[in-house]
Design a protein around this ligand. Structure first.
Ligand code: AHG
Ligand code: MN
Ligand code: MN
Length: 325
């Protein structure tokens, strides 16, 4: 059996700068450690609620806190990282370093799946840090096109790391010896699909364009769309987006009327932006229904946004429905 290239081997041929590669290496190491904690489950006593509510007004799980600490410690110790922001931290943290990069992350995505042993993940985004000064919150509010790199780890039947740096999307699988092996050298999303992912239990709360779009899918071969659609919803964005990267599909977490003042559920800076860069680099599209997610100007750290992403032609159908009002 030939030995597959590892992360260091792949990075040595990737045209991005050495500094960002070093930050990606630090994050990959933290994800490998997180994978072990996730896999140990009840043995290490890491399942269940922590009894604390976070800045999102969501009850933290023990693993939300453990994984946040692992990433935070790793990044605080990296001289190339000037600041970090996390779903689980109210404000941004400066590390003491100046220049280099800012990192935003969702340390544990899919928290509702932890205790039932369904795939969860980690999402991260790397942005340029301001030169010569310690970063403030305003320095993190950059459109997603400014990302220097983005990636996620999915802790599923296999632990995988999916990355984009200067171009393209690649996937690594965590080997028993702790090495990330390049198993998916070219990740590309097919332009067409007959599979959608949305939490159907919110149907009665959706706006008209989303209802019309999903109705069209549900009508099947004899309906407006003229084909049968399949549906999947893992309720871990990492797992749902990973499936779309592997075989196509469209993922939607739209605005809904349950909390009308919130634009959506997912967070722009550490969920929507990194996933959108990966999806675009894999040939797919990502939008809030009107504007490409990567072109949105963030206005606050924990900003939420409606998300539609995946197979390019299917995302365009949703955009056309939205434009029709
Ligand atoms: P997190 O666990 O980081 O808060 O994110 C959960 C998100 C996302 O992963 C997933 O797509 C969505 O919440 C699931 O929401 P529902 O439970 O409403 O389906
Ligand atoms: Mn999340
Ligand atoms: Mn999370």
């Amino acid at each position: 059996m030939t030995t597959l290239t590892d992360l260091a081997g792949w990075l040595s041929d990737e045209p991005a700068g050495d500094e960002v590669k070093a930050v990606v290496t630090v994050i990959a190491g933290a994800c490998a450690r997180i994978s072990k904690v996730v896999a140990s489950g009840a043995i290490s006593g890491s399942l269940g609620a922590a009894g604390v509510v976070n800045v999102q007004d969501e009850e933290q799980k023990k693993l939300d806190i453990i994984t946040n600490d692992i990433l935070r410690d790793a990044l605080q110790g990296c001289p190339l990282v000037a600041g970090l922001a996390s779903e689980e931290l109210e404000t941004v943290e400066a590390t003491g370093a100046v220049g280099g990069f800012l990192v935003t992350f969702d340390p544990l995505d899919g928290s509702s799946n932890i205790d039932v042993n369904v795939s969860v993940g980690t999402i991260f985004s790397i942005l340029p840090a301001p030169a010569g000064v310690a970063p403030s919150e305003a320095d993190f509010l950059l459109p997603g096109r400014n990302q220097v790199a983005a990636g996620y780890a999915v802790y599923g039947p296999q632990t995988m790391l999916v990355l984009t740096l200067s171009k393209g999307v690649v996937g690594f699988t965590l080997d028993a010896d702790g090495a990330w092996r390049l198993t998916h050298p070219t990740v590309a999303i097919p332009a067409d699909t007959a599979e959608f992912a949305i939490n159907m239990s919110n149907q009665r709360h959706w706006a008209a364009p989303v209802r019309r779009y999903i109705d069209g899918c549900l009508q099947g071969k004899t309906g407006l769309r003229g084909k049968n659609f399949n549906m999947r919803w893992v309720a871990s964005m990492v797992a749902d987006v990973h499936r779309i990267l592997m075989r196509g599909g469209v993922f939607m977490y739209p605005w809904d009327a349950r909390e009308p003042d919130k634009p959506g559920k997912l967070r722009l800076l550490y969920e929507a932006n990194p996933m959108s860069l990966i999806v675009e680099r894999a040939g797919g599209k990502s939008t809030d229904g009107v504007t490409a997610i990567l072109d949105l100007q963030p206005t606050k750290l924990h900003q939420r946004v409606p998300v539609v992403l995946g197979s390019a032609n299917e995302v365009e159908v949703v955009v056309a429905e939205t434009a029709a009002g």
